[in-house]
Design a protein. Structure first.
Length: 484
């Protein structure tokens, strides 16, 4: 493996790049934020009931599954052929997929068509590690933590826009327009990347681990299908048992293959660095807990409170505002004190939010308070974790390291909602005058489960070594800005 750099004198304006990457994050989260509160509305449009929630949740899950596989592949392709080039390809695919998803109901009455378009859309998740890698390549060392904090904060802005503006669009014009309205902006951002962003000079001569990608996909899909189908078949059904065994076998095969592959999807040597290994495990816990609760809140507000998408958006408004403020603030704290304690504090705060929701989720105000506490903690945890990875990773390995982290976190984001969907489907009852709604016990189980997973993350965080500076990098690539 070698590193090449082109001495073509190219220089990206860091401010322009930061604004562009932040705008992309807002647009992506605008669409994804609405996937949660609009889910009950989409289900009604496709004539599905709460008992079909595990099936409908594939609208969210399939996006994450495909993303988990695409992230490391695009990350490595970015290291080989250029991060700008792969970001442009990912954005183009995402634009086409978003357009198709918006017309999925017109194409077919089957929800499987929409799930298929969402699967293609999942390829766009690879934009995130590419964006963080571009920041690492282009920004002065002392500005990287703040820049990543700003981009992370834009996730909150996008979520706010998605919940509020997207909620209004959904309730007024239909959920399809959530997708239609973002297309012009994504096209414009894609053109800016094509004509205004200059290619990063950092290159690696590596090969793509397609076998590893296939094994990872088989692991996730067989596990999720097995979990989802337990609602109709039961845990003892031969098909369910076979799928879960297949999932475990493919996971073990994936782990074994990563030790033998010349260019593995997940680089085992990086996991020898304690901070990287622990932060990846923490990322799984954060992804599991956060997405589990986010999907559950949408079900609670939609099915039990009977709220429309706009009002569900208002429940999340305080969280989104605080995330916008906290993202850059946490970046400053990380630069000054290191990422360990902001990340640990954030997870503890999120647990406080889960516990609040466990005991108090009978009214809209109680839910708003709980998710505000949870969301504020998540801002600390997310910014802290991505910075811990970057600080602990050699510069030439940033692409594969951030991609690996996204795989693990996304796997948690996939597993959590899938388990939550089964719990909701299994704990639903008919209520006179309302119909089938999830039981209160379903929500309590999910909030408690999320607290346990995040608690494991806190214990792992205490084992981290705090670091305040990037690792020794040697000579910087030609054209890259200095830290002076």
């Amino acid at each position: 493996m070698s590193v090449n750099g082109s001495a073509n004198g190219r220089v990206n304006n860091p401010t322009f790049l930061l604004v562009l990457l932040s705008s992309i994050a807002i647009m992506i989260m605008y669409v994804e934020a609405m996937a949660f509160p609009s889910l009950p509305i989409v289900m009604a449009d496709f004539s599905l009931t709460p008992e079909d929630y595990s099936l409908a949740s594939w609208i969210i899950t399939i996006y994450l599954v495909v993303g988990a596989v695409a992230i490391p592949i695009f990350g490595k392709l970015g290291d080989i052929y250029g991060k700008k080039k792969m970001l442009l390809i990912a954005m183009t695919i995402y634009t086409v997929a978003v357009t198709l998803t918006g017309f999925s109901r017109d194409v077919s009455d089957s929800i499987y068509v929409m799930i298929g378009f969402r699967a293609v859309q999942g390829l766009g998740m690879s934009m995130f590690p590419l964006a963080f890698s571009l920041i690492r390549d282009e920004f002065p060392m002392d500005k990287i933590a703040i820049a990543q904090g700003v981009v992370s904060a834009m996730f909150g802005v996008g979520t706010a826009v998605g919940f509020l503006l997207g909620g209004y669009v959904t309730d007024t014009f239909g959920w399809q327009w959530t997708y239609h309205t973002v297309v012009p902006f994504v096209v414009f951002a894609t053109l800016l990347v094509a004509f205004k962003v200059k290619e990063s000079p950092v290159r690696l001569k590596v090969k793509i681990d397609y076998i590893g990608a296939a094994l990872l996909a088989l692991t996730l899909v067989s596990f999720l299908v097995g979990i989802t189908e337990t609602r109709d078949r039961g845990w003892a059904d031969p098909l369910i048992v076979g799928l879960l065994i297949l999932s475990m076998a493919s996971l073990l095969s994936f782990a074994y293959w990563q030790t033998k592959a010349k260019e593995p999807l997940v680089r085992p040597s990086l996991l020898k660095e304690r901070n990287i290994a622990l932060t990846n495990a923490i990322g799984f816990m954060i992804g599991f807990a956060l997405f589990t609760v986010s999907q559950t809140i949408a079900a609670l507000a939609g099915f039990n409170f009977g709220l429309d998408a706009t009002h569900i958006g208002f429940l999340n408004l305080p969280t989104s505002i605080l995330t916008l403020i906290l993202g850059p603030t946490v970046g400053l704290l990380v630069r000054k004190h290191g990422p360990k304690w902001p990340m640990t504090f954030g997870m503890v705060m999120s647990i406080a939010g889960f516990i609040s929701l466990y005991f108090n989720h009978a009214t809209e105000l109680e839910v708003m308070i709980g998710i505000t506490i949870m969301g504020s903690g998540t801002a600390f945890a997310m910014v802290g974790s991505i910075n811990m990875i970057v600080i602990s990773t050699p510069r030439e390995e940033t692409g594969i390291s951030t991609a690996m982290t996204m795989i693990v976190r996304t796997s948690g984001s996939v597993a959590g909602p899938a388990v939550a969907a089964v719990i909701i489907s299994d704990h639903s009852s008919y209520v006179a005058g309302i119909g089938v709604v999830p039981d209160d016990s379903a929500y309590q189980i999910i909030f408690l489960m999320s607290s346990v997973f995040m608690g494991i993350g806190v214990l792992l965080a205490l084992l981290l070594k705090n670091r305040k500076a990037l690792p020794e990098e040697g000579p910087r690539m030609p054209g890259a800005p200095s830290g002076k």
